[in-house]
Design a protein around this ligand. Structure first.
Ligand SMILES: C[S@@+](CC[C@H](N)C(=O)[O-])C[C@H]1O[C@@H](n2cnc3c(N)ncnc32)[C@H](O)[C@@H]1O
Length: 270
């Protein structure tokens, strides 16, 4: 190709290259503007969504709160009508799931059974009243209703959660966390005078016969002569045999108003 024609082609290519660069720059700026616009829209949309989410959350929380209050009021009415505390029921079921043989029941004793047990304790007999396995305290309540001052109560409970609850509910009572089957060792140094009675909610049938017998005689050793050892059971037979030397035994009617129905056994030694 002759030189002038080559130079012309070179100039043409140069122009096309500049044009291309200009168009490329314009395109890049347009894309940049679009990106900025999209970012702005995205920000606005995000804020709108956040606002909507917050509004929904607030509305849901308000609705939930109202429903919760309604349910709580219904629960309290139900509790008052039936003489039970459902929050205690929940605690009890949790403890039973964890240690079924120690807790011994899926639900706390009902009022009728608790009253029957407490009725065997004479509030005029001096000395502390020992309760074994008070759990969430239905029998403790009945003992208080029987006229026994909380400061006279010695509550022996194995479960630390129940112990915390009992300390909060009965601040003047003595709560001893430990194994009631080691009663003598557990209460030596705590008990200042012979007890007026022992009320037990322990699931005795979960233990061998000789352990039940040892518990009864350790309890007798801590009580004044003739004071009662009160024990309930869901079983048909006595939790500790009736033919013990120098020990008198009596049993209540079956308490049908309890789940399951139960009977109260009372042991005394002169
Ligand atoms: C069947 S529940 C009775 C609870 C309550 N008195 C009532 O009537 O609802 C048995 C209670 O005895 C407690 N317990 C079981 N074994 C125990 C032990 N060796 N020493 C102390 N408490 C024990 C359990 O933690 C539980 O609170």
């Amino acid at each position: 190709m002759p030189l002038p024609a080559l130079q012309l082609l070179e100039q043409k290519l140069e122009r096309q290259k500049r044009l291309f660069e200009l168009r490329k720059g314009a395109l890049e700026r347009r894309i940049e503007r679009h990106i900025q616009l999209l970012e702005q829209r995205k920000g606005v949309l995000e804020k709108k969504l956040e606002q909507q989410f917050e509004n929904h959350k607030k509305k849901f929380e308000q609705k939930f709160d109202t429903q919760k209050k309604k349910i709580e009021t219904r629960i309290r009415h139900f509790e008052q009508k039936n003489g039970i505390r459902l929050d205690d029921e929940v605690r009890f079921i949790r403890s039973w799931i964890g240690k079924p043989l120690t807790t011994g029941a899926v639900t706390p004793s009902g009022r009728a059974l608790a009253r029957t047990m407490a009725a065997y304790i004479d509030p005029n007999r001096p000395g502390p009243v020992i309760e074994l396995g008070p759990g969430t305290g239905p029998v403790t309540e009945a003992l208080l209703a029987q006229g026994i001052d909380a400061s006279r109560l010695m509550l022996v409970e194995f479960d630390p959660t129940f112990c915390r609850l009992l300390r909060a509910r009965y601040p003047t009572a003595t709560v001893v966390q430990g194994d009631a089957y080691a009663l003598k060792r557990l209460l030596s140094g705590v008990l200042q005078r012979p007890a007026a009675g022992v009320v037990s909610g322990l699931p005795l049938f979960a233990k061998p016969f000789r352990m039940r017998l040892r518990l009864l005689f350790e309890a007798f050793a801590l009580m004044a002569p003739g004071a009662p050892f009160v024990q309930f059971t869901y079983n048909a037979v006595a939790p500790i045999p009736k033919w013990l030397d120098r020990v008198t035994v009596e049993a209540s009617e079956r308490v049908w108003m309890n789940i399951p129905p139960a009977r109260v056994w009372v042991y005394r030694r002169d």
